[in-house]
Write a protein that binds this ligand. Structure first.
Ligand code: C2O
Ligand code: CU
Length: 494
């Protein structure tokens, strides 16, 4: 590519932040359990809880001949009000930030046309989807500017809170930051009998941290060689957005709500809790319902992780303010949003003790154990590959010592088998694989995930049924600054 990074995705005027480089300034870990460095906004940020939680835009779909649905998303730039009274230019699906919520039904295919009206290529990926390789959004499977393509999602999988986002080689971080991410709720009519809260008492919250320049534009500190070295461990914003609004508030009934929470931050981990205290009842993970509800005081979500929870606001008085806080954040970043218990409400919802059935995988079915070590690698040898991984004097993030080389499989796995993956780390890495799901043990019961939050210098173990389709997929760290700096690997199902 001969265009500079700035030309490729130029977020109007504000891309290059005026942040001084430290002498060797690579900030790997920030206080509070995130990897990365905070980029301070240059514009005064609003006081928390002075904006209303906006409803998420929803994407309209139409019946598809032969069954299923079809819909279209158009990537475009648009000026939108994020900070009160200011206009921020975003580059998002249908020009919204975050993208419109897509809803689909388990077992009914969705054919999604992506029209790209941006001036740079994009790639769409359905995160958590079980999708054939050609429609999965491989990082170099670009949709050029002014063109469109259809992604066919079979959706033969468990109902779950999925999401979709850009996956462009080297540029996923800036593209998602500019707006290319949205929620995707895959429903199962059979779940309706459970009696969980629904309709106006079902919320989807897309959480993103962002920083703003003087001109109220999004700041993403790119240089010609990739992200500025100070943010090479991850970019942390200092303004918390929920569904695109800074620290919003909303009225709720004194009743149960089902809340699907997506951590769509590039690098920030969140530990969510309620103030003045209270229970968060987790009913689902990345890949759908748990077997039974788990009552918690707090819930940690690394980038790309989702949780499906029920909050019972009847535990509070009418008139009370219940703040969703982030225990890993400092100052205002310790706040997320506020629920104002506005009125009493009739409530016939419930949280049954049996939510779903997950058969635990018998470990004797494991045919292969693989080890993955996610860590800072060595600086790239000169002349490595054809892609532009950024500043070559900086070490690359790596998996098993390898920086990403598209087109070269790190391993192949056999369709229909079960593997055990053991993951070790240097700093925090949320590890995600396309196509497959991870069976983990959570609170003594099996649960399904597609992203696992592996702490610094720790080790995680997951069971991985190799199911779905043959072909080439990726696995990677979902700290997007790590992903863009090569913490990714190809692997194939054979
Ligand atoms: Cu959320 Cu490879 O993606
Ligand atoms: Cu990482």
């Amino acid at each position: 590519m001969s265009l500079s990074r700035r030309q490729l995705f130029g977020l109007s005027g504000g891309v290059v932040a005026g942040v001084a480089l430290g002498a060797c300034g690579v900030a790997l870990t920030a206080p509070g359990g995130s990897t990365g460095a905070v980029l301070p906004s240059e514009v005064p940020l609003p006081k928390p809880f002075t904006t209303d939680l906006p409803p998420l835009a929803t994407a309209r779909t139409r019946p598809l001949r032969g069954g299923g649905r079809k819909g279209t998303l158009t990537t475009r730039r648009r000026g939108t009000e994020i900070l009160p009274g200011r206009t921020t230019e975003i580059a998002g699906y249908d020009g919204t930030f975050p993208g419109p919520l897509l809803e689909a039904t388990k077992g009914e295919p969705l054919h999604l046309t992506l029209r790209n009206e941006l001036d740079h290529p994009v790639v769409n990926h359905l995160h958590g989807g079980v999708t054939p390789p050609r429609d999965d959004g491989y990082p170099t499977d670009l949709v050029g500017p002014g063109t469109s393509r259809v992604y066919r999602y079979p959706l033969r999988q468990r109902a779950a809170t999925l999401w979709y986002h850009d996956h462009t080689m080297d540029l996923t971080g800036p593209n998602v930051y500019a707006g290319l991410a949205g929620g995707f709720v895959l429903r199962d009519p059979a779940e309706e009998d459970l009696g969980l809260p629904r309709q106006e008492r079902e919320l989807t919250l897309v959480l993103t941290d962002r920083s703003f320049g003087e001109d109220a534009q999004l700041l993403y500190p790119m240089t010609e060689h990739g992200i500025e070295r100070r943010y090479h461990g991850g970019l942390l914003g200092d303004c918390m957005l929920v569904n695109g609004a800074p620290w919003p508030r909303t009225d709720v009934d004194a009743a149960r709500y089902r809340v699907r929470v997506l951590n769509a931050c590039n690098a920030r981990r969140l530990e969510l809790a309620l103030d003045p205290g209270g229970e968060i009842v987790q009913v689902g993970t990345d890949q759908g319902l748990l077997t039974r509800p788990h009552r918690r005081r707090s819930l940690t979500l690394a980038p790309a992780e989702r949780a499906d929870v029920v909050i019972d606001f009847s535990a509070y008085r009418v008139g009370q303010q219940v703040t969703l806080v982030n225990r890993l954040g400092d100052g205002d970043m310790g706040l997320v949003m506020r629920f104002d218990v506005a009125r009493r409400g009739k409530d016939d919802s419930r949280v049954p003790e049996r939510l779903s059935v997950i058969d635990p995988i018998d470990p004797s079915r494991v045919v292969r154990t693989r080890d993955f070590h996610l860590a800072l690698g060595k600086p790239m040898p000169s002349g490595h590959g054809s892609h532009s991984g950024g500043d070559r004097s900086l070490p690359m993030w790596s998996i098993n010592g390898q920086p990403y080389r598209p087109g070269h499989d790190l391993f192949t796995a056999e369709l229909g088998t079960v593997e055990r993956w053991r993951i070790t780390t240097d700093v925090h890495h949320p590890v995600h694989a396309h196509l497959v799901h991870f069976q983990v043990e959570q609170d003594g019961a099996p649960a399904w995930k597609d992203t696992v939050d592996v702490g610094p210098a720790s080790r995680a173990e997951v069971l991985v049924p190799i199911e779905g389709y043959r072909g080439r997929y990726v696995m990677h760290c979902h700290n997007l600054e790590h992903e863009d700096r090569m913490m990714m690997a190809d692997w194939s199902v054979v």
